[in-house]
Design a binder for this molecule. Structure first.
Ligand code: GDP
Length: 417
């Protein structure tokens, strides 16, 4: 087989044919098992004026009563003056796959007389979630990183049939580099098919005009035709014209469906001829949930992280910067961190050893001093004993003591005492 130069430009990569089954073809199954065991985290944000059907659509999408029915505010109640950020989480399971779903709601958006900067608290919330992820990545122990980043943002457009409003454009312009934007036309059952088609065209033109990037289903070169066709079909429906309903209604032909009943018939949520709900679900849940998570991590978060670190004064060799992927960069950071720890440990050991040596030398010195004093005292005692022996002998033999000796002995005895 022909040899190919490796991507790094060093040793060439040789293609080899296997002589039998090795088993690495089972790798995808291993990855599958592991991710099923670990479960998934997915956070979606919903933004749009109140009453556009956000909570109803979320309940419809995940087929659960995640949002309890809303109590209307009494007329006397004080209305909040700012956009609030509220999140609801639920653990849901389907065929053994666990999903921790978090929906971040933004009540108040677009509801005030002055909606200028309504987007601000939302951007701050998205960035604080990036911050918290970055902080976890920089911890010494990175075993359990909770991913609370927003993976998708459903932006609800009022079904006016005209074009985007300034608040829509401003919101998307401020948010499109921080989150995967998925625009939807709310309550599409209030528009005719023709109106929906015209409205979609105008919205897309506005989006293009303002250079807003909305999430597009990715396509890969070696993908099969079916997947390519699916991606194209989904892309063709953006912005999704949706209808939400979390209860069942009876159709004229007697079927029970999720939908909205009108005097002239039923609008079915799950019927692709009636609305784009099915396509939206495909985009958000069935086909591209992992792509949304991946794009958030690899592109949106990574760009934000780079900007943040650069603004903090962290510099990096630009040539290296472009080439390495986030995983290898993280690995590199870990190696550097470990080397730093090892160096600190070695330095502490050295200081400790030095201190021990000093102490030992001091102890040895005082031991020697003690020993010398002991020897001196012993010698003096020996001498005193010898003198006394001598004196005793002289007394016994009847010889008188010489005055000189007596003095000497006395003096010594006095000194010792
Ligand atoms: P939110 O304030 O954006 O969360 O809106 P809700 O989900 O609470 O819905 C507000 C009202 O609109 C409720 O009375 C819903 O029954 C209704 N609604 C929700 N979705 C749709 C829809 O797709 N079409 C129509 N016509 N009404 C809807």
């Amino acid at each position: 087989l022909p040899q190919q130069p490796s991507e790094t430009g060093s040793a060439p990569i040789i293609r080899k044919k296997l002589n039998g089954y090795v088993g690495f073809a089972n790798l995808p199954n291993q990855v599958h098992r592991k991710s099923v065991r670990k479960g998934f985290q997915f956070t979606t944000m919903v933004v749009g004026e109140s009453g556009l059907g956000k909570s109803t659509l979320i309940n419809t999408l995940f087929n659960t009563g995640l949002y309890p029915p809303k109590e209307p505010l009494p007329p006397s109640a004080e209305r909040p003056q700012t956009v609030a950020i509220e999140s609801i989480s639920a653990d849901i399971e389907e065929n053994g796959v666990r999903l921790r779903l978090t929906v971040v709601d933004t009540p108040g958006f677009g509801d005030f007389v002055n909606n200028e900067e309504s987007w601000k608290p939302i951007v701050e919330n998205i960035e604080s979630r990036f911050d918290s992820y970055l902080e976890q990545e920089n911890r010494v122990n990175r075993q359990k990183i909770a991913d609370n980043r927003v993976h998708a943002c459903l932006y609800f457009i009022q079904p006016t049939g005209h074009s985007l409003k300034p608040i829509d454009v401003e919101f998307m312009r401020q948010l499109h580099t921080k989150v995967n934007l998925i625009p939807v036309i709310a309550k599409a059952d209030t528009l005719t098919d023709e109106e929906v088609a015209d409205f979609k065209a105008r919205i897309l033109a506005d989006i293009a005009h303002h250079n807003i990037h909305i999430f597009q289903a990715p396509t890969y070169e070696n993908e099969d035709e079916e997947a390519l066709a699916e991606a194209e079909e989904i892309a063709g429906q953006i912005p999704f014209a949706v209808v939400g309903s979390d209860h069942l209604v009876k159709t004229l032909d007697g079927r029970e469906v999720r939908g909205r009943a009108y005097p002239w018939g039923v609008v079915e949520v799950d019927n692709e001829d009636h609305c784009d709900f099915v396509k939206l679900r495909q985009m958000l849940v069935r086909t591209y949930m992992e792509e949304l998570r991946e794009y958030t991590n690899d592109v949106l978060y990574e760009n934000w992280r780079t900007q943040k670190l650069v603004s903090m004064g962290v510099v990096q060799d630009q040539s290296v910067f472009k080439e390495i992927n986030p995983a290898s960069r993280m690995q590199e950071e870990r190696v550097m961190h470990e080397a730093k720890l090892a160096k600190m440990e070695a330095e502490m050991k050295m200081v400790f050893q030095q201190k021990v040596q000093e102490k030992e030398a001091k102890l040895k010195q005082s031991e020697e001093e003690l020993y010398a004093r002991h020897r001196e005292m012993k010698e003096a005692l020996e001498k005193q004993r010898a003198d006394l022996e001598d004196k005793k002998r002289r007394i016994e033999s009847g010889r008188p003591l010489t005055p000189e000796k007596t003095n000497q002995t006395r003096k010594k005895g006095f000194l010792r005492a």
